[in-house]
Design a protein around this ligand. Structure first.
Ligand code: NAP
Ligand code: GLV
Length: 303
């Protein structure tokens, strides 16, 4: 914010609140550049209310919140913040894998509640992670960073992605699989594809039926990739063992069925939430805005 205040005339001070639609429509009226986050839906009407806008710098790598076609039609450059958040989000994915498999949240609650009476042979038994099969859907930057970490756990990696990988890091053996086979063979299924018309509800009733009853679903990508109603049903029926979620179908609302399930670990969309990474994401937004306002190409243009 210090850099922004120094280099630009700031029209609207950001707040830790999701702006209302009215805030957006009014707030962008005179703006030549805007930084938005994934919680703001920037559709054709919002863009129409921003006639001076030259660049919309999304402070996120995913940009499903923006109507890219309308932006292009209006000559508004849209940018995102790739790479700097890859490791941070991959780390959080592993946090969820380990937390859900080893019942970390339940254990913490037991100790805090003073209900813990000491070590016991069958207390809070979880699932092994090392040596199990990791399935990754969407083998891009974050998917590959998650896969790379699996080497330390001696886990075979299966992946399903839109475009086959052209190369892999040395000494890695990631195996491409059709989606159905990946779901049937994996012990941990991690989602890392962007939200698009093709990936909305990619994982629903039929897909949960294919998964092993001992397997776990981890979603740090976008909530609507999973049919949350079907996920709750599958968890209740025992078609899968648990889920680790950072994102939700109707954020910030969470399906009430998830809240009562102990085999689920729920985080409030924290994928990139470290101080260093958020500063780097902010600085990428500034870099892109400076480039466009100076008539140069934006380094992270998505449209
Ligand atoms: P990326 O490098 O673009 O990777 C996405 C991968 O998904 C690409 O390999 C892409 O294939 C593949 N893909 C696209 N459509 C697919 C489909 N229909 N089926 C299977 N695979 C498909 O993006 P990234 O930087 O890894 O980020 C991935 C997503 O993570 C973002 O879009 C964002 O929504 C989410 N994210 C969440 C958090 C969080 O806070 N929880 C933080 C960062 C990112 P192609 O090569 O063909 O495009
Ligand atoms: C966060 O969800 C992002 O897409 O950066």
């Amino acid at each position: 914010m210090a850099v922004i205040r120094e280099r630009f005339l700031l029209l609207n001070n950001p707040r830790e609140l999701v702006p209302t639609r009215q805030d957006l429509l009014q707030g962008l009226r005179e703006a030549e550049a805007a930084i938005c986050t994934l919680t703001e839906t920037i559709d054709g009407d919002v863009l129409a209310a921003a006639p001076q806008l030259k660049i919309l710098a999304n402070c996120a790598v995913g940009y499903n919140n923006i109507d890219i076609r309308s932006a292009r039609a209006r000559g508004v450059v849209v940018t995102n913040t790739p790479d700097v958040l890859t490791d941070t989000t991959a780390d959080l994915t592993w946090t969820l894998i380990l937390a859900v498999a080893r019942r970390v949240v339940e254990g913490d609650a037991m100790v805090r509640s003073s209900q813990w009476s000491g070590w016991a042979p069958t207390q809070l038994l979880g699932a092994d992670v090392a040596g199990q099969t990791l399935g990754i859907i969407g083998m891009g930057r974050i998917g590959q960073a998650v896969a790379a970490r699996a080497a330390g756990f001696n886990m075979p990696v299966l992946y399903h992605s839109r475009t086959p990988l052209r190369s892999m890091p040395p000494n890695t053996h990631w195996t491409a699989r059709p989606l159905r086979e990946l779901l049937a063979e994996s012990d941990f299924v991690c989602l890392h594809a962007p939200l698009s018309p093709e990936t909305r509800h990619l994982i629903g009733r039929e897909e949960f039926r294919l998964m092993k009853p001992t397997s776990f679903l981890i979603n740090t990508a976008r909530g609507p990739i999973v049919d949350e109603e079907a996920l709750v049903e599958a968890l209740r029926e025992g078609s899968l063992a648990g889920a680790g979620l950072d994102v939700y179908e109707r954020e910030p609302a969470v399906h009430p069925g998830l809240l009562s399930l102990k085999q689920v670990v729920l985080l409030p969309h924290l994928g990139s939430a470290t101080l260093r990474t958020r500063v780097r994401m902010g600085m990428i937004c500034v870099e892109n805005i400076e480039a466009v306002l100076a008539g140069r190409p934006a380094p992270h243009r998505v449209n």
